[in-house]
Ligand binder design. Sequence first.
Ligand code: SAH
Length: 372
Amino acid sequence: SPPQGYYTRGGGIGGSGDFITSPEISQVFGELIGIWYISEWIATGKPKAFQLVELGPGRGTLADDILRVFNQLSSLLSKCDVSVHLVEVSPKLSEIQALMLTGGKVQSNSEDSSAYMEGVSKTGIPIFWYRDIQDVPPGYSFYLAHEFFDALPIHKFQRTERGWREVLVDIDPEVPDQLRFVLSPSSTPATENFIQPEEKRDHVEVCPEAGVIIQRLACRIEKDGGAALIADYGHDGTKTDTFRGFRNHKLHDVLKAPGTADLTADVDFSYLRKMAQGRTATLGPIKQREFLKNMGIDLRMQVLLQNSRDTATHEQLLHSYDTLMNPEKMGDCFNFFALLPHHRLAQPDKKQELESKSPIPPVAGFGELVLK
Ligand code: SAH
């Protein structure tokens, strides 16, 4: 809802808001993701240009950490034309992102321009803002969606003796200003279209908007190359009832005071995989603690700890590591999932292997780190 939606009104990300995300916990998170993209760029032969396309960039912290890595590796990227494309519906958050990434030096564009705002990052990289992924120009791109898909609306369904029914929201006739859940009396267009025929669960949540976006990403990667990295809390088609609200870091009744709390549902990665429709290969989901470990978080932490002199910074580093990695905290429930062009994972046959000087390098993060 443009006037009353939670995100269009600002979205409470951060310590003083409603929920906190990994990039807000530690800079290392974004740094390792930046390295993942560089590693994919090298593995695909260092194309002359790439776009970094982030969906739902929040406060812009993750993009800022990634751009810092790109800047530190500027000698490697010096001949590459890098641009950043942010897909964001919230006017308030796009202002915060502009401040974080450009220091506020942005210009608003006219209605007929595909980007509604543009500027240049503190490190000299052009940045564009859009409301929809379809407005982002085509081209070899690295896509990023961190805690984006869980924010998109879901349909809820329940299996009954008379077939599938949709869980709908109704106004309680008995209590003023009170919403309630009801079951549709018969099947609905959503029950007809969004439930997979082989579905085994009795309660299901489906996010068709996520399916549409994954289809678009898969089509773009199939056509122009690149990769998508998706990180979110979720499951592989096993969970049933995950829709919940957060306000001031506490669970909040989803039907109370709509628009004032973060509403979220776990991402069903099995559905995302299905929606890629075989246009790309998929990797994962893999647990956050495994992905970050494979990306070398321990080594990076050691360096930061060695470089920090005061005990407060030391403790803060250890605490943030624990929050990201501890299975009881974010380590197990957050997952990483990737879309890659098929040829990126294709196993060369023996003859090709002998002829080619450089075999296909493994995709970072999804297998154990091998230090050479
Ligand atoms: N990635 C950030 C923020 C996650 S919160 C982080 O990890 O900190 C979800 C983000 O998605 C917010 O920026 C919100 O404004 C944006 N968003 C929500 N619905 C959207 C939609 N339909 N299209 C584009 N952005 C959306």
